[in-house]
Design a protein around this ligand. Structure first.
Ligand SMILES: *[C@@H]1O[C@H](CO)[C@@H](O)[C@H](O)[C@H]1NC(C)=O
Ligand SMILES: *[C@@H]1O[C@H](CO)[C@@H](O)[C@H](O)[C@H]1NC(C)=O
Ligand SMILES: *[C@@H]1O[C@H](CO)[C@@H](O)[C@H](O)[C@H]1NC(C)=O
Ligand SMILES: *[C@@H]1O[C@H](CO)[C@@H](O)[C@H](O)[C@H]1NC(C)=O
Length: 959
């Protein structure tokens, strides 16, 4: 519909312009050029996204200066229009019909659509028409070539033309070039085609044409034909017996059709033929001797046919030959020596996939120098001739131009000659599937252009030479199924282009060099069936490799082989024999719990060492599920063996862990980090929800890792992860930053910022307690308040505020709130009474409403805990202190002191009166208000911060 409208508009404007022009074209304006009109109408019908036709201006008197136009200087009329590759689209319209003198029309490589318009060719002036590389569709109308008396050259290649060739072709007796390649033309060739006596070039390749070629008597008329390309169609039958009559042929391509039978003898008359390609047909019989008479041949491609017998010696007479392809036939016997000794222009020689036998290249005569005739040779493919045997000549490096050498799947024996590394240009070297023995010479490092090295399936011994790392372009190394020994050289880590590496089925030993982790482009990595030991790298690609790629190395460890690397670490933990029956043991109890926890944490970290770290976490579940063997998470499995008590159903722990780092850095815990957890000194503390350890990422940065001890209660990974992502976004100077987490059903780790100064609890009550000054205490209180206010502002309730959960930065003295958000996660799973039991170590901090089921718990419970903390910081006393026969509840003690007017006595004695009372007293009062029994009496943390900022003595503010 739109197209129709568009066309209508264009023709309308055409007629409008036509009449306007007619009225102007008169004696008074002799300079007016009718071509301007035609071209403007033509332009109006097109889209010109690159404004290539900007110079086409309807105000001009003549179009001779317009882009693409050539005029006859005598008449100022356009004779040539060349708009090649202008990105024009749309329909051609009828404007061009106005150009009276046009003889050359080149619109190739645009995006013109629509059908061919017969009127264009029917005016009898056009000689050259090139519409190739457009998007023209429909058939070639009979009328298109009916009055083509003037046409010399027609190119319609690379369009979407369909249907048969028009019979009217026969009228084009002057046609010299016809190119209809790469369309969707179908049907048989009309006999009339062969009457085009002037044809020099006929290209019908890449269509769906079919049928036989005339068997005789027709082709002979085409004595001027130089270029005939019928390749990639569905032609069948025998090759025309009189093909030799086309004696001018220099280029004959009949490849990829269904031609059968023998090569017609007349072919030998094609003395000018330099390009003969018959690849991919069903031609058979012997390659005739007379082939040697086609002395101009530069390319001879007889590949992928059914030729049999010996290759004729006369091939050696083709002295101009550059490209000889005999591959994929049934040729037998020796490759004629004449080729090697005569065809000194040969660039490419492919004799692969035949049944050639013998020694040819590899005989002692060839060693002595004949090889030197092939100095220009770039490709030599003699692969897959099973009986082809001999040694690789040691002077093979004479072939200095070789880029591609394929001698695979033969019976070559002996060793790889060490000078092979002198093939400086060789990119593909394939000697696979032979009987080669000896070593891989370290001179291979000299093959600086090498991209692909295939030596698999031989009998090679010795080591992989570390010098192989000099071949910096290598992307493929296949040394599988040899008898190589020794280690994998770490230097391969520098081959940064490596994508495919297969070392499987050798006798390689030693540990896998860490450097392989640097190979970031790996697609395949196979070291199976060797004796490689040590740890598989973790992360990225290495988490995705299948078990089959590493299997058969009994001492290899890592998550992919489901073998923990812990056994290679020192093992200082003595398991409690009582823990042998974990199921009946009480959860989280006493000594057992202690050892279980540290082992679990250790194992978790150990397991984590094999897990990719990154924003896109990799779940190994899939890999795991694919393997036949039922395996356990290294962590979970070991944890079970030592009495994993906090997992609800450890036997269901079939998954691997998932480690997510919010920073997106590809950090990995190193073994040292994991080992560090064996060390009791690395335990930073433990609480109601977990044990915290210090360890470091591989780059040395310390982190704290919290192993959740209540993890069995967290049922939903989704919920856990959602919560973690939320927490991971928090950034505040008074809130400990969560850097990541690790999840398995039975084991969860929280990775957070390591804060160097320890907990507030240790500062206040610890053994090596260094007395905090008033100023420090005030700033800690303010810091906690700000941190909490930020959390509440982010919709996060802490639930578990206490002195051990406030950390102090050693450098700045800033307080940082930690351990937030976890209780919420559990609160959804737990009865709140159980929860308050869990956090009973927070005794004294727990808001009274926790005990009361009917009161909704809000962030006000944090305000309560904060109030208690304030009192604790100011007084230096624990929230609840046990004396001999008495329990002192801090809050009550202070409240009494306030009521009795001796509140100053409550302040920590360690300060020895060195504090500003005008700050201390309001702070204590604030603490008491915050710790009030009724939630609604407690202020918001936001307000608390403001109050504290007000309380702060102005003189101290900027300290
Ligand atoms: C050709 O035109 C069609 C629509 O007319 C457009 O979708 C396509 O992208 C164009 N192709 C090129 C190569 O410009
Ligand atoms: C050819 O035209 C069709 C629509 O007629 C369009 O979908 C297609 O993209 C075009 N092809 C190219 C190569 O521009
Ligand atoms: C025929 O046209 C195609 C596409 O434009 C081109 O690639 C090919 O070389 C042409 N054939 C001849 C013989 O010029
Ligand atoms: C290689 O094999 C050949 C015979 O096949 C044998 O003579 C030669 O000693 C072997 N060389 C090595 C290094 O094993």
């Amino acid at each position: 519909m739109e197209m129709w409208l568009h066309d209508a508009l264009v023709s309308l404007s055409f007629f409008f312009l036509y009449f306007q022009a007619a009225s102007v074209t008169s004696a008074e304006d002799p300079t007016f050029n009718d071509d301007v009109l035609g071209l403007i109408v033509f332009k109006a019908g097109l889209e010109d996204p690159l404004s290539k036709l900007a110079s086409w201006n309807s105000e001009d008197y003549d179009p001779c200066s317009w882009v693409g136009c050539v005029c006859d200087p005598a008449t100022n009329q356009v004779t040539e229009l060349r708009l090649e590759g202008f990105s024009l689209s749309g329909h051609m319209g009828r404007g061009l019909l106005r150009l009276q003198s046009l003889h050359t029309l080149v619109l190739s490589n645009n995006n013109l659509t629509g059908a061919l318009n017969s009127e264009l060719t029917q005016r009898g002036t056009l000689q050259v028409l090139d519409f190739s590389g457009n998007n023209l569709s429909g058939g070639i109308p009979e009328g298109f070539l009916e009055q083509c008396g003037s046409l010399r050259s027609v190119s319609l290649g690379r369009n979407r033309l369909t249907g048969p060739l028009p019979v009217s072709l026969s009228y084009c007796s002057t046609l010299t070039h016809l190119n209809l390649s790469s369309n969707q033309l179908s049907g048989r060739l009309p006999r009339e085609l062969w009457f085009l006596k002037s044809l020099k070039s006929l290209d019908l390749s890449h269509n769906f044409l079919q049928g036989d070629l005339p068997s005789s008597g027709l082709l002979g008329a085409l004595y001027d034909l130089r270029h005939l390309d019928l390749s990639t169609n569905s032609f069948s039958g025998h090759l025309p017996s009189d093909i030799g009559a086309c004696s001018s042929l220099t280029w004959l391509d009949l490849s990829h059709n269904y031609f059968s039978g023998n090569l017609p003898v007349s072919m030998k008359s094609l003395r000018s033929c330099s390009f003969l390609r018959l690849r991919g047909n069903s031609l058979l019989g012997e390659i005739p001797d007379w082939i040697g008479e086609m002395g101009s041949l530069e390319t001879l491609d007889l590949s992928a046919n059914n030729f049999s017998g010996n290759a004729p010696f006369s091939l050696g007479n083709l002295l101009s030959l550059k490209d000889l392809n005999l591959s994929s036939n049934f040729l037998a016997g020796e490759i004629p020596h004449s080729i090697i000794s005569n065809c000194s222009n040969l660039l490419s020689f492919d004799a692969s996939m035949n049944s050639f036998t013998g020694w040819m290249l590899f005989s002692s005569q060839s060693l002595s120098g004949n090889l030197g005739f092939l100095q220009a040779l770039r490709l030599l493919d003699l692969s897959s001739n099973a009986l082809f045997s001999g040694e690789i000549p040691s002077n093979i490096w004479i072939l200095t131009s070789l880029v591609h050498l394929n001698l695979s799947t033969n019976s070559l024996f002996g060793s790889i000659p060490s000078p092979i590394g002198r093939l400086k240009l060789v990119e593909i070297l394939d000697l696979s599937s032979n009987l080669l023995n000896g070593t891989l010479p370290s001179e291979i490092g000299g093959a600086l252009s090498l991209k692909q090295l295939n030596l698999q399936r031989n009998h090679l011994t010795g080591h992989i030479p570390p010098l192989i790392s000099s071949c910096s372009a290598l992307n493929t190394i296949d040394l599988s199924e040899n008898k190589l020994s020794g280690g994998i050289p770490g230097s391969i880590g520098s081959l940064s282009n490596l994508q495919y590496i297969d070392l499987s089925r050798n006798n390689l030993s030693g540990s896998l060099p860490k450097q392989v982790e640097k190979l970031t482009h790996l697609v395949t990595f196979n070291i199976s069936h060797n004796s490689i030991t040590g740890e598989l790298p973790a992360g990225g690609f290495f988490n995705t490799i299948p078990l089959s790629a590493v299997t058969g190395n009994p001492s290899l460890c890592g998550s992919v082989v489901n073998r923990s690397c812990l056994s290679v670490h020192p093992k200082p933990i003595v398991l409690n024999p009582n823990s042998s029956n974990p199921a009946s043991g009480p959860p989280l109890s006493g000594q057992i719990r202690k050892s279980v926890l540290s082992i679990s944490a250790l194992i978790a970290i150990g397991a984590a060492a094999f897990i990719a770290i990154g924003v896109v976490a990799v779940t190994l579940l899939n890999v795991h599920a694919r393997s036949r063997v039922s395996r356990h998470d290294a962590g979970a499995a070991l944890a079970m063996s030592v009495g994993e008590t906090f997992s609800c159903s450890p036997s269901k722990d079939q998954e691997f862990g998932k480690l997510v780092m919010f920073s997106g850095e590809a950090d990995v815990f190193d073994t040292a980090g994991a080992n560090a957890l064996l060390n009791k000194d690395c335990e930073l503390g433990r609480g109601g929800f977990g044990v915290v350890y210090k360890t470091s990422l591989q780059d040395g940065r310390p982190v704290a890792v919290k192993k959740l001890t209540v993890s069995g209660l967290i049922k939903s990974q989704e919920e856990f992860e959602r919560e973690m992502r939320k927490l991971g976004k928090l950034r505040h100077r008074n809130v400990v930053e969560i850097k990541g987490y690790y999840w398995t059903q039975s084991l969860q780790l929280l990775i957070h910022e390591f804060v160097s100064g320890g907990s507030l609890y240790r500062r206040l009550h610890g053994d090596e307690c260094v007395c905090l000054t008033w100023r420090q205490r005030f700033s800690i209180i303010l810091g906690i308040a700000r941190g909490l206010a930020y959390l509440h502002g982010s919709n996060i309730t802490h639930y578990n505020l206490k002195a051990t959960n406030v950390l102090i930065d050693a450098a700045t003295g800033e307080a940082k709130v930690s351990d937030f958000g976890l209780a919420r996660l559990l609160a959804s799973a737990l009865d709140r009474c159980v929860l308050s039991g869990k956090v009973q170590s927070a005794l004294g901090y727990t808001a009274p409403e926790f005990a009361c089921r009917t009161v909704k718990i809000t962030e006000k419970c944090d305000v309560y805990g904060f109030g208690i903390l304030v009192l604790e910081v100011v007084t230096g006393k624990r929230p609840v202190e046990y004396a001999e026969d008495d329990v002192m509840v801090l809050c009550e003690t202070v409240r009494e002191g306030l009521e009795e007017g001796r509140v100053e006595e409550c302040v920590d004695a360690m300060l020895r009166g060195d504090f500003p009372a005008e700050e201390a007293i309001p702070v204590i009062k604030l603490g008491l208000v915050c710790g009030s029994q009724v939630p609604s009496n407690r202020p918001e943390m936001e307000e608390v911060v403001k109050i504290l900022e007000l309380i702060q003595c102005p003189s101290q503010e900027f300290e």
